[in-house]
Design a protein around this ligand. Sequence first.
Ligand code: ADP
Ligand code: MG
Ligand code: MG
Length: 517
Amino acid sequence: MAAAEAVHATYPPRLTAEQEQFLVSTIKDWTIQNGLTVRPPATFVSQDAVSKGVLGTNAPVTLFPSPFPRSSFEEARAVQKIYNKLYADITRDEKWLGEIIQELLDVDDFVSGLWKVHDAVKKEGYVQDLSLGLFRSDYMEHTPAGSENPSLKQVEFNTISSSFGGLSSRVAALHSELLSFPPGQPINYPSHPLLDGRVPPKNTAVETLSAGLAAAHSAYGPSKSSPSLPLCIIFVVQEGERNIFDQLALSSRLSNFHKIPVFRLNTTDILDLTSIPGSNSSRPLIYTPPHAPSTSFEATTVYLRGFYAPTDYTSERDWAARLQLERSAAIKCPTVLNQLSGCKKIQQVLADPNREDHLSRFLSPGDSDTADKLRRTFAPQYDLHENGRGRELALNVETAASHVLKPQREGGGNNIYKTAIPGFLRSIPEKDWKSWVLMELIQPPSEAKNVALRSDGAVISGNVVSELGIFGTILWSSDGRILHNEEGGWLMRTKAKESDEGGVAAGFSSLDSVILY
Ligand code: ADP
Ligand code: MG
Ligand code: MG
């Protein structure tokens, strides 16, 4: 039996009905007490309660931390700052990025809408040299049949709205607390060798992500308004966001520890509550809080937790709002170009074994060590060009069965899986195929099991698949200066094995933590 299978064979320890009930009720109380919470799904409570915004419920969480190989965990951490710099450099290389994005413009309205925003600001001239990235690189443990050692493979790299730093730190704290119950108290977990004396590693996601935002805030420099206005950070958010407590973990840290005022601004309110004075060529972004209209602030940094999906742009007004942010002097996290650098198409091109020049372009000449570290994490990916390998694999049901088809979208729920791929492709015009990339499915340990408590109180158990995310932040200037480059904090998400998709917010998976072995 391969090592990973041996670990998972007896894990997690079996719970009696009474033990499970006790553990679940302890966790329910702990999540509310400690803000490991989400707004309840609208289907689960009355519309009245939703509109009053008075309810919170536990985020979906696993009852047990999931075992994960220490070597893979360390490998993912070790490569994060390299990935941060890679995506900063891609974003700075407008020519290279533009040539790849170009191919998507006539088939993907969303990508083309974003590119138009960049184009408009470029014509006028950007007034802000600095960009901030709060990234999350996602991985699975790859354990194909017959392999002794698992390897670490990247699922995707996120450059916009990389979420769950706030809540994932709390899951690590929850599992640590359950594992560290004082002796003599009723135990929360039955004994198991993997749990004996171990706790999840420290999760510094909140500190790391907030420090990235704080670094941008201070790099912005003094007020550009006349007369000077107090400075602030703005979180641009989606109206009715259910994952608000994840975001509040970061804004609270910014206010309480870094002493920086933070405001939440709905995408739909940007044009009403912000302005760029026409008379000021440095284009400061002025924010006027609706509850205190006599005090205006100047935004140093705009952190997007919205505007990543086409559904965030319901009219030209929303595009105008994105343009207002992009052309302003505020440091954007991310800029439009940095958002586009996270397209799945870019990840496919970087991983193309026949075009090693693409990745090498961003590395120092002769630095094969760095190139190897990155390439080791790539799973095979293909475009769907005529007569190409990707098209051949995608159109045959047998080969499609070990692949996933991805569009240029974020947030989960957008992919086509396995045997559905050929039929799907044949159902859309062939000219649109170039907006999709085909990726080989990573094969996580088949025996992994866990138990999850969903937000509606249901408890489900069975075979699971886990995905590890590593957070990183980087602040860079258009001439290539790096002012801040940090790795720190992680996210473990676990989903039922039968589910192809993986997003927590999209309702497919639960927040988890890790026990390293
Ligand atoms: P998104 O940006 O929408 O999150 P992802 O690339 O992360 O897109 O895909 C969504 C989910 O699909 C992942 O969380 C994972 O569960 C599954 N998935 C994506 N790519 C792979 C892959 N190569 N192997 C296995 N599962 C994958
Ligand atoms: Mg993503
Ligand atoms: Mg993802």
